[in-house]
Design a protein around this ligand. Structure first.
Ligand code: NDP
Length: 279
């Protein structure tokens, strides 16, 4: 039998780790799938998805810069995608397109299941106010922290999220220089600063000696945020490899009805990336 076809859509996409991750899941579950990459022209996302669907594709992941468009072309929006205002996963069912967003679930699962860090009862700070933070807020609220704060370089963007999510739960919002209630038990860097080798302008006193400092970026070794967190006394620093694999596992489970075990895939992906020494 021919394998069922999936792909990740993005631009640029050549260096995506998703094909390798899904090939790993297919191996551990025995599912017969093929998973490729598609790089549509910036204005050509919707036709490219429709062509993939018409050619027998069963679903796709979506990454930068198409996550907003992915939500817009869907016939049905699942709650995480709808509240995030963006989709990172599409499923094709009887010619209809269903949109989901597993970025936030992947992040929360990595923190709770893989790192063994229960979010309930903790004080949590999310840095940034872009797509990754929008996708993370609902799964974080569901994990019941005592406090959830969003701080962004442009404070207005954080305040917009505070009102957008008001009906789901309480959210503190601020700029980076007026964050209240520090230190936090968990600090998540969901800005893209590390992609530019930059450190968000955050104060030292965000961390205590059991703080988990989580960096969304992966594959760049020790980022400025991770180094700063360590110097400022954070108990543990990790990068976003686990999040990437966990959101992929959620997608795979949604498409195939089988949730793959992620440990071995995280391990081999980590081994292929620049190493970060534990302190
Ligand atoms: P967006 O472009 O939507 O948002 C970027 C955010 O970063 C904005 O809040 C912006 O603030 C802030 N920012 C950018 N540069 C700086 C800086 N120098 N100092 C302070 N703040 C800064 O990006 P996404 O939300 O989609 O992604 C965020 C990061 O998460 C990316 O690096 C991405 O690679 C990573 N990611 C990782 C995933 C994983 O699986 N591990 C999944 C998804 C994302 P402002 O509003 O002020 O401009």
């Amino acid at each position: 039998r021919e394998p069922d076809r999936y792909a990740v859509f993005g631009s640029p996409i050549a260096h995506s780790r998703s094909p390798g991750i899904h090939a790993g899941f297919a191996r551990v579950t025995g599912e017969n799938i093929e998973y490729g990459t598609v790089e549509p022209p910036v204005e050509g996302f919707a036709p490219a998805v429709r062509a993939f669907l018409a050619g027998g594709g069963r679903g796709c992941n979506v990454t930068t810069p198409f996550k907003l468009q992915a939500l817009a072309i869907a016939d049905e929006q699942r709650p995480y995608a709808a509240t995030a205002g963006a989709a990172n996963c599409l499923k094709f069912e009887a010619g209809r397109i269903i949109a989901e967003n597993f970025d936030g679930t992947g992040l929360v699962n990595d923190i709770q299941r893989n790192l063994g860090y229960d979010i309930a009862g903790r004080r949590v700070l999310l840095l940034g106010a872009g797509g990754a933070v929008r996708g993370a807020i609902l799964p974080f609220l569901e994990a019941r922290p005592t406090r959830l704060a969003v701080a962004n370089r442009s404070a207005d963007e954080a305040r917009l999220l505070q009102s957008a999510f008001a009906r789901h739960g309480a959210l503190d919002a601020s700029g980076l220089d007026d964050i209240e209630g520090a230190p936090f038990d968990l600090v998540v860097n969901a800005t893209s600063a590390s992609l530019f080798g930059e450190l968000p302008a955050i104060p030292v006193r965000l961390f205590h000696d059991r703080t988990l400092a989580y960096e969304l970026v992966y594959g760049r070794g020790l980022t400025p945020f991770m180094a700063f967190a360590r110097e400022s006394g954070a108990g543990r620093t990790v990068d976003g490899v686990g999040m990437l694999v966990e959101q992929a596992a959620e997608a795979f489970g949604w498409w195939r009805g089988v949730r793959p075990e992620t440990g071995s895939v995280i391990q081999s992906l980590r081994a292929s990336l620049p190493q970060i020494l534990e302190t």
